[in-house]
Design a protein around this ligand. Structure first.
Ligand code: ATP
Length: 940
């Protein structure tokens, strides 16, 4: 439930209500009726009772969150350094370190708030919906608009949005959100309870629970904070987000670096005192400053924000990721298990043909002239299609209901059947809901001119074995002998091989009262015919499939549909070739755990047809055990366990149930398979970008430490090339903005043509460290020291000559340290361009394609100018403006650093290319062994 501030919700409540009183009295007390409220009355009540939403407790605890930024362990380390500096009397450096702490805390706080907002804003993309009966029409509204007195419809998979008294029907409810009890409980309008605790009353259901089966109507008696869940205050508290594996890894590395910095700083003290003859106090100051400069305290918030930015941009593109950490998992996804209907195909089906004992008749819904001949046989077929159905065609907004049922009802209408809902409901006596395990649905209906009749529709494999007769041309049952069965099966296979979904329709006249057990009802049926329907592939799916293939991502179709239909659709969008291995439900049941895993390993093109939700769970587990990172789609209540188990559970925003959406990690607001692929690409991109700014931030380390080592190891003969305050100024001014801008880098070309990242591969790899410290860092160090020595040397300096205040070389020394400082900044500008790509040449991404980066560099240069040209800072930082000639020396620095890395990448690419060419020559055929499951080959 969306959590928003609502003052109204607490202010008013329907008074004197007893939800357990007789239904009609409750309706009267709520000033409502069985046909619901009018929109005007509902609008008035919305004002009176307020929106149906939970009030957020206490708002953001921002002072505490800001406080946390000052007290996390890396900040504490900086506090320690500042304390030490104060104790030894170096107030200026201590103040600089304190400034760093404050700036970092403010910066991290702003980023975390932004990240939090990005995630909270996601709620608006997926408002909870509710089906209400208003003005005599059933419509879907935003659940926050529900008011007491509304009549609502509850169906399998719905999340219940208010406290409701059932008036008709029965449902199973998952009460775990309220009671912790995870076994579904039966709630029925027919089981009125009085004087029992509300939560145990059999005719009441509560907000926050969900319907796992059945259908019911009920009246809302409490909304918003007046619901039971609203009273359980703790439930509206937000769950503390778990740090993602990426964050944990980076935190570990940040600590490692902090530890190395502490060690380095500590070992600097004896070197500085013994070799360079500094006083102990000066050595301590250096050590503390060095420590403050090297601790990568800005790394974590940048990562959090980068993930949040990715989540926000994905939401705009139809993929709603519910956990920040899922973004990185998406990046390493290497198997996508997808269902077919609505994901690969459009969620709209049109009937294209029917088959009866008389043979096949094609139908064309777009052709208004299509009038199908009337005969007792077709009349029966149309009657079953119209009665055994819960969809509607009569709504202004277009057809409502399950797409399969809409297609069946459309066919019924074309045969002239009465498809009016009131007519259907008036005749219906009983319903056996569509059961995805049985693949059947039946209704018991009365007729004006005869006994009760059972109408059944379902998958042909489920209906045919239950049939003993078949309706003949005159509408009379004839024996369904072996030959006739084979003809029927051939018709089913022919339809399925065209990629059509096929439903068989059957009936049975009942002699007595309606049977209440399903097994007693759905037997001895008379087959009437088949209806075939087409759900065309979604536009863009074939393209997305091709991108997955290029990206080394395997796609496995797991569908409830017929094997041949599944194979035809999979082939049409390019998931498989013409001869995939198809495992049917029965074959699946015979497979053991290991056999399943072996089969998936051996068969690169595999489809699971007539699969149950349970099969999805086993498949997800088997793939996970094999080290794969699995994205799994699902939309039904029963899919929830598989969605939980998969690394990325993907639910459908439009057609899926609330239960599936809750279990999923990612919700596709447009139900489109292509969005999964876009999300994988975004995941890869963001992971790349995190790696880029890690390289960037780490590359500072060498140019920051080497100057001090040069000074210390030369025994003081070389003056310090970079003062401590210059180092800290660099830390404040240059590190963070470009790092942030790197998180907005566009995807590198080729990002979707490389293999997925292995699940256990760490975010920081040895080649990255070598590139940062020993390649980029070293080049920058050489350049900055070259500038330093050049200026000193030009002024006539020789090793050992004094450069302290009052000496003739002092001004030149100050200019020289400024050259080190500026050289480091110029070098880092080169570094930031270099790290923008890991493999490709920057030309392919576009030198100026990241405008944030250009802005960040401009800001960095402006800040450097302030440091160098503000007279007040000269004494503080020890800077002196270099001459234009000296400055000109810095101009090629960025190009040298970047150019060197371009060359390195070029050489690596050439080596890799040669490697692939050799491998391609010796590539094995990929021959697969058979593991005992027959390939089902679609008939040509
Ligand atoms: P996919 O897994 O490809 O998305 P699905 O989820 O639509 O397919 P199910 O809903 O499990 O698959 O349906 C399985 C089979 O049950 C269908 O192939 C069809 O034959 C039958 N079926 C589907 N809907 C109904 C219905 N409303 N009434 C009767 N039979 C149905």
């Amino acid at each position: 439930m969306e959590v928003v501030r609502s003052q109204h919700a607490e202010r008013v409540r329907p008074t004197g209500l007893d939800p357990e009183e007789a239904a009609d009295r409750l309706l009267r007390d709520l000033h409502s009726g069985r046909s619901g409220l009018t929109s005007t009355e509902a609008g008035r009540r919305l004002l009176q009772y307020g929106p149906n939403a939970l009030r957020k407790r206490g708002g953001r605890q921002w002072p505490a969150e800001l406080g946390r930024q000052f007290t996390h362990p890396l900040a504490l380390l900086l506090w320690l350094a500042a304390g030490l500096l104060l104790v030894v009397g170096s107030h200026v450096v201590a103040a600089a370190v304190l400034l760093i702490i404050v700036l970092n805390a403010a910066f991290s706080f702003v980023q975390e708030v932004q990240a939090g907002r990005a995630v909270e804003a996601l709620a608006k993309y997926l408002p909870q919906r509710a089906k209400v009966d208003r003005d005599g029409i059933v419509r879907e509204i935003d659940a926050t608009e529900l008011v007491p007195g509304d009549i609502v419809l509850i169906e399998e998979g719905d999340r219940i949005a208010a406290d409701i008294r059932l008036l008709a029907g029965a449902i199973e409810v998952d009460l775990s959100a309220l009671t912790g009890e995870s076994v579904p409980a039966l709630r029925s309008a027919a089981m009125a309870d009085v004087n029992v605790p509300l939560l145990s009353a059999h005719d009441l259901v509560f907000s926050g629970t969900s319907c796992t089966g059945g259908q019911a109507r009920g009246v809302v008696f409490a909304t918003g904070m007046m619901t039971e869940i609203g009273r359980i205050a703790a439930l509206s508290e937000r769950v503390k987000p778990e740090p993602s594996p990426l964050e944990r890894q980076v935190r570990r590395v940040a600590w490692l670096i902090a530890a190395v910095s502490v060690l380095l700083a500590l070992s600097f003290i004896p070197v500085a005192t013994l070799a360079a003859h500094l006083t102990l106090i000066d050595s301590l100051v250096f050590a503390a400053g060095l420590l403050a400069g090297m601790v990568p305290e800005g790394l974590l918030p940048v990562i959090t924000l980068a993930l949040a930015v990715a989540v926000r941009s994905l939401a705009g593109r139809g993929a709603l990721v519910k956990r920040l950490s899922a973004v990185e998992t998406l990046g390493s996804t290497d198997v996508i298990c997808t269902d077919k209907t609505g994901t690969l195909t459009q969620n709209r089906m049109t009937p294209t043909a029917v088959w009866t004992i008389l043979g096949r008749v094609d139908i064309d819904v777009d052709d208004a002239r299509t009038r199908l001949s009337s005969s007792p046989l077709y009349d029966s077929l149309a009657r079953i299609a119209a009665r055994c159905n819960n969809s509607r065609l009569d709504q202004e907004s277009g057809p409502v209901g399950d797409p399969t049922e809409v297609a069946v009802l459309t066919a019924a209408r074309m045969f002239g059947a009465d498809t009016d809902i009131a007519h259907r409901e008036a005749h219906r006596r009983w319903q056996f809901h569509f059961d995805p395990e049985l693949e059947l649905m039946s209704t018991v209906d009365d007729r004006d001119d005869g006994p009760l009749i059972l109408h059944t529709k379902g998958a042909p494999e489920a209906v045919l074995p239950r049939c003993t007769t078949i309706l003949d041309a005159h509408g009379r049952p004839a024996p369904l002998d072996g030959e006739q069965r084979t003809r029927t099966e051939d018709a089913v296979n022919a339809f399925a091989a065209e990629g059509l979904r096929v439903l068989a329709l059957a009936q049975r006249e009942l002699s007595g009262p309606p049977p209440h057990r399903r097994d007693d009802a759905e037997r001895d049926l008379c087959l009437t015919g088949l209806i075939a329907m087409l759900a065309p592939p979604r536009p863009g799916v074939a393209d997305a499939v091709a991108r997955c293939r290029a990206a080394g991502i395997r796609i496995i179709v797991i569908t409830g549909d017929h094997p041949l239909t599944a194979a035809a659709i999979a082939e049409s969008v390019g998931i498989t070739g013409p001869h995939p291995a198809v495992v049917t439900g029965e074959q699946f049941d015979r497979l053991g755990e290991n056999e399943l895993a072996a089969l998936m390993r051996a068969q690169p093109e595999i489809i699971f047809a007539r699969a149950t939700p349970e099969a999805k769970l086993h498949i997800a587990e088997a793939l996970h055990r094999d080290g794969h990172v699995v994205a799994m789609t699902g939309d039904g209540v029963n899919d929830a366990p598989a969605l939980h188990r998969a690394d990325i559970g993907v639910a459908m925003g439009l057609s899926g149930t609330d239960v599936a959406r809750e279990a999923a990690t990612m919700v596709l607001t447009d139900d489109d398979f292509s969005s999964i692929v876009a999300a994988v690409q975004a995941g890869r991109r963001i992971y790349d970008n995190v790696r880029k700014f890690i390289v960037y931030i780490f590359a500072h380390a060498t140019p920051e430490t080497v100057p001090f080592l040069v000074f210390a190891l030369s025994g003081g003969a070389i003056p310090l090339p970079l003062t401590i305050l210059q180092l800290l100024a660099f830390d404040v001014g240059s590190e963070t903005l470009p790092a942030l801008a790197l998180s907005r880098e566009p995807a590198e070309p080729g990002i979707m043509t490389r293999r997925p990242r292995p699940r256990d591969e760490g975010v920081i790899r040895r080649p990255m460290l070598l590139r940062a410290w020993l390649f980029l860092g070293l080049i920058v160090t050489v350049l900055q020291l070259a500038g330093f020595f050049y200026v000193l040397h030009a002024a006539g300096w020789q090793p050992g000559l004094p450069t302290g205040p009052g000496t003739p070389l002092h001004h030149a020394y100050q200019q020289a340290t400024t050259m080190t400082f500026l050289g480091m900044i110029a070098g880092q500008i080169g570094t930031v361009f270099a790290v923008r790509t890991q493999h490709a040449s920057l030309r392919e991404v576009g030198v100026f394609s990241n405008r944030y980066l250009i802005g960040a560099i401009a800001a960095e240069i402006a800040l450097a100018a302030v440091f160098v040209y503000t007279p007040a800072l000269h004494t503080l930082l020890g800077t002196a403006a270099p001459s234009p000639g000296q400055l000109a020396l810095l101009l090629p620095y960025p190009i040298i650093v970047w150019g060197a890395d371009e060359l390195r990448r070029y050489l690596v690419r050439r080596r890799d290319h040669r490697g692939t060419a050799v491998h391609a020559g010796e590539s094995p055929s990929g021959a697969s062994q058979s593991v005992g499951v027959t390939s089902v080959r679609p008939a040509s």
